[in-house]
Design a protein around this ligand. Structure first.
Ligand code: ATP
Ligand code: MG
Length: 248
């Protein structure tokens, strides 16, 4: 089926188009087959959120923007799902916050790393990190631990969409400020984040970019206030409450 075959009036229009992008990512060799399953899990939570950005998620996106703008060395981690769904949007966020892009895969193969880097460059990225893999995250097995020493290895703030729980925990233990996009507020990734963003990556990345642009001229004091006022537990509780008891 072609994207144009889905009528605009179809109630799951957006969701079906997004699914096509993930399938296409697999065809291009940038998304793993496990990525398809992870996507299905995300879809279920998004369905229960009525496929909308909640007020609480919007506040998290604003706090994430403030963290990225305050950071000395912000890095956006990109996996196969993120690359398939929001390649151009990640490049825009990197530009808006002066952040670097680093490919970081759970199922790492050089071929897939290179394809994702090329895909990001086709969407306007300059340098894409991740291929040097000369740094390590302590506490993880060899393949999972690889990062660029001058990328995620040196970052103070890292945005990790759809990260695996082990790696999210290990990065947090390294003292990095983690901003996690994950539709499951109960996942370990969301629970270890300084800023859990419970929203679809499709909406969350442009949402953070919009906030970053609006805050471009804000003072460090104002940005720090936004960071301090954000409460991760409140955000997780609000997301869980919206999923369990929101009306559809
Ligand atoms: P852990 O507790 O280790 O974090 P997990 O349940 O998160 O486990 P996975 O299924 O590997 O394990 O992770 C996929 C996660 O990504 C799920 O939580 C899912 O909700 C989330 N996810 C999938 N697609 C999207 C998306 N488009 N936007 C945001 N989150 C998504
Ligand atoms: Mg997870």
């Amino acid at each position: 089926m072609d994207e144009t075959d889905v009528p605009d009036s179809h109630p799951r229009h957006e969701s079906i188009l997004t699914r096509h992008r993930i399938e296409h990512g697999v065809d291009l060799g940038i998304t793993s087959r496990q990525g398809l399953i992870a996507h299905g899990r995300g879809e279920a939570y998004d369905y229960l959120l009525d496929e909308r950005t909640t007020e609480s998620a919007d506040r998290a996106e604003r706090a994430a923007a403030a963290h990225l703008l305050l950071a000395a060395h912000p890095v956006l981690s990109v996996n196969g799902n993120a690359a398939a769904l929001v390649p151009g949007e990640l490049v825009e966020l990197a530009d808006a916050t002066d952040a670097e892009l680093e490919v970081n895969l759970f199922n790492r193969t050089t071929e897939r790393m290179e394809r994702i880097a090329a895909h990001l460059r086709e969407h306007g990225a300059g340098e894409v990190k991740g291929l040097d893999a000369d740094g390590r995250i302590p506490g993880l097995d060899h393949e999972r631990a690889k990062v660029d020493a001058d990328g995620i290895g040196d970052a103070d703030v890292v945005l990790v969409p759809l990260e695996d729980g082990d790696r999210a925990e290990a990065l947090a233990e390294m003292g990095k400020t983690e901003l996690v996009i994950d539709l499951n507020p109960l996942s370990r990734s969301a629970r270890t984040a300084a800023v859990p963003i419970v929203d679809n990556i499709i909406r969350a990345v442009p949402g953070i970019t919009d906030h970053a642009r609006a805050l471009a001229d804000a003072s460090r004091d104002d940005l720090e206030t936004i960071v301090d006022e954000f409460d991760r537990e409140t955000a997780l509780d609000a997301a869980e409450d919206a999923i369990r008891s929101g009306d559809l």
